[in-house]
Ligand binder design. Structure first.
Ligand code: DC
Length: 233
């Protein structure tokens, strides 16, 4: 039996895939708090690799793989976000910058780099359970997960959410530009040959365009309690 299947047999995993801005991060965080489970923010690994590569001006695939393999990262769950430490320094905001996101999306097309991050992602599956957030959680990283969710929302709604987040942080933003950036990112993530963004055949699709976050969380909680047989609290 492959190593990752052994892990999943012992540890319950819920995968949450979908495009940026569909609500995966917030939903994962709220579910993790409700269930007391761990979180894998897999996008952060691509972003951290991109941040370090930008800082070191590394371009070669072999350099990127070395960076990805040696990432020294810690996640500290806070009430409303995950604080991310790279080599002990807080990079939570730095990895969300547009330049880093663009690089992360480019690096995510490199199959060897994805392979270099695979086992690290699977190692996040620890008791009592894992919420795995990303693009290929249900298709590649945890294909045996018993509950797979695919969250979507219209590009306009996703751009609006991003606009609100940026404004809250005091960052100036332009809505039409955000829509076209999101569409370009979606296109690259969906059309790449290596682990493209797509729903697993057995994933449940939830369109969050007209839903509040608590409605999405409740819907997934109901599915999780049916799937794993626990009582909702
Ligand atoms: O979710 P995010 O915006 O933080 O992800 C950053 C980039 O990494 C995004 O362009 C897609 C890519 N990614 C990926 O290819 N596979 C994942 N499991 C997670 C993210």
């Amino acid at each position: 039996m492959p190593e990752h299947e052994k892990t999943i047999e012992l540890v319950p995993v819920i995968t949450l895939d979908g495009p940026g801005g569909a609500g995966k991060g917030t939903v994962s965080l709220l579910l993790a708090q409700k269930l007391g489970w761990h979180i894998l923010d897999s996008g952060s690994l691509y972003r951290l690799t991109a941040l370090k590569a930008l800082r070191q001006e590394a371009e070669e695939v072999s350099q990127l793989i070395e960076i990805a393999g040696k990432l020294d990262v810690d996640y500290v769950p806070m009430r409303d976000h995950l604080t991310i430490l790279l080599e002990g320094r807080d990079v939570t905001d730095a990895i969300r910058e547009e330049a880093v996101g663009r690089r992360a999306s480019e690096f995510a097309t490199i199959a060897e780099l994805r392979q270099a991050l695979l086992q690290r992602q699977r190692n996040f599956a620890r008791p009592p359970g894992l919420l795995a957030d990303g693009r290929d959680m249900g298709t590649v990283v945890f294909p045996e997960a018993p509950l797979k969710i695919f969250l979507t929302a219209s590009p306009e709604e996703r751009a609006k959410r991003r606009y609100k987040q940026l404004k809250q942080k005091g960052i100036d933003a332009n809505l039409p530009e955000l829509v076209s950036e999101l569409e370009a990112r979606d296109k690259r993530d969906s059309e790449r040959a290596a682990a493209p963004l797509r729903a697993a055949d057995d994933a449940v699709m939830i369109d969050t365009t007209d839903m509040r976050i608590d409605e999405v969380v409740n819907q997934v909680m109901q599915m999780a309690s049916r799937c794993f047989g626990f009582i909702e609290v």
